[in-house]
Design a protein around this ligand. Structure first.
Ligand code: DX5
Ligand code: ZN
Length: 230
């Protein structure tokens, strides 16, 4: 079945084997991924450290898929240009990080990238509301950021519903992205709530062939979207 135009699966490379990253990128692309999600962590905004622009550039050299760079860093504005130059297509910053969010969005657009804003599970959607007309992606975190393989927090689903309603009303076609603990089961619930972009780490890379994992996620999001009540 063809993918409905607005549903996207983005495997998160944080869950891949870093010693064989090129293979993971290739498997995701061959398995039907729509984008790749790259989790940047600075040890301040979140307790974990991951990687910087040089790894994004290395991934860029191996794939034509859009690269979404999720900046879990304290000072996103300082690094936007570096991640854009490394090949990031969408730069997603956190509203809880430093800097004036509207200015961060403008800086991302000036670099010719798409802009995403992420909110932690305990951040209300109201914080993002004024930005929605300018955003290409609203990313609702469904785990506390910092680590892959955590359990999905269903209490964020009302924010997905509200975000979807607001974006539909504005009519920009921006994605509502969900990130954290997405499995075939939780993907159904997220799609039903109106998510259109699904970040999947462990459910893609932590066991079994990547293509089969992606196929199961694909059918789950299509099922959920089919009975989404809008
Ligand atoms: C968590 C990251 C997520 C994570 C997703 O801080 O933002 O992108 O890697 O991994 P899973 O799907 O395993 O929760
Ligand atoms: Zn992420």
């Amino acid at each position: 079945m063809p993918t409905p135009a607005r549903l996207r699966l983005a495997p998160s490379l944080l869950s891949a084997d870093f010693a064989a990253l090129g293979d993971a990128v290739h498997a995701a692309e061959a398995g039907g991924a729509d984008a790749l999600h790259l989790d940047v962590m600075d040890g301040h905004f979140v307790p974990n450290l991951s990687f910087g622009p040089s790894l994004v550039a290395a991934v860029r050299s191996r794939t034509r898929l859009p690269l979404d760079v999720h900046l879990m860093i304290e000072e996103p504005q300082r690094y936007l240009e570096a991640f854009r130059n490394a090949g990031g297509d969408t730069l997603v910053f956190h509203l809880e990080a430093r800097g004036e969010p509207a200015e961060t969005v403008r800086a991302i657009h000036r670099l010719g990238a798409r802009a995403g804003a992420a909110i932690r599970p305990d951040t209300p959607l109201d914080r993002a509301a004024p930005l929605l007309p300018e955003l290409d992606q609203l990313l609702v975190m469904s785990v506390h950021p910092g680590f892959s393989g955590q359990k999905f927090l269903p209490e964020v689903l009302p924010k997905v519903e509200e975000g979807r309603r607001k974006l539909d009303a504005i009519g920009t076609g921006g994605y509502v992205s969900i990130d954290g603990g997405i499995t075939p089961d939780t993907a159904v619930a997220a799609a039903r709530a109106g998510a259109t972009f699904f970040v999947c780490g462990n459910s893609v890379f932590a066991g079994g062939p990547v293509a089969g994992n992606l196929a199961r996620l694909r059918s789950a999001v299509e099922r959920g979207a089919a009975d989404a009540v809008r």
